[in-house]
Design a protein around this ligand. Sequence first.
Ligand code: FPP
Length: 260
Amino acid sequence: MSLEDVLTWVERGSAEAELARQIDFDRLPAHVAIIMDGNGRWAAQRSLPRVQGHRAGIDSVRDVVEASARLGVQVLTLYAFSVENWKRPPTEVATLMALLKRYLRSELRMLLDNNIRFKVVGREHELAPDVRDELVFAARQTELNTGMQFNIALNYGGRAEVVDAARRAIEAGVHADELDEERFAGFLYTAGQPDPDLLIRTSGEMRVSNFLLWQIAYAEIWVTETLWPDFRRQHLFDAVLAYQKRERRYGGIARPVVAG
Ligand code: FPP
């Protein structure tokens, strides 16, 4: 993608257009991962039930998925539901699952129009059959797309993923001598995908919350006070610009941010 492409879909003279002009399209983060946080607080600030925050968060998901694909991000991973989130009240869990199903149904056209390939990362087999059916349907419908890989982390835990990968490696008969980091990464849910270059967290919390623990080893972290339901493409552009100002060292000497 290029600035000219982006200027065809952002409003002329808008704050987004101004930010887009500053982005270096040769140095985009290949993989952006987002911890969408603050839905409950957004609702509380408006004296609304928590689930209204999740509902409002869907508009942010829609905007950010489309903007990331059009910007030229190769992989976007959104943290929608962790293995720990089952501890929330059953009505909240049910609402999150219902929202996810509805989102996938209503956004399938947008995913196809934008050449986006969808996949779940997480313990998908533990989800209710109606939710799984919807996820499998969306994944199948988009599997031939060649543009952005869109991962939704669902029933996801970073430690659980590492355990699952170890189990898969054992089941595949991998011998201890043959196992190195590259081989192991091939058993993760994100096998074949670049690691996140940029990890965004909304609502100001400074935690990684068991998200992509293996993959974020060298990710640049960007935290914003903005609550997830208020997050839009201009915040994504802000994050990308901040990322492009970072000096990545990977434990060695300074090197500028390069495209993944
Ligand atoms: C954290 O806010 C957010 C979640 C646990 C769920 C995020 C889910 C969505 C935005 C909707 C479904 C997603 C997709 C991809 C369609 P919180 O409830 O922990 O907020 P708080 O910290 O303010 O209480």
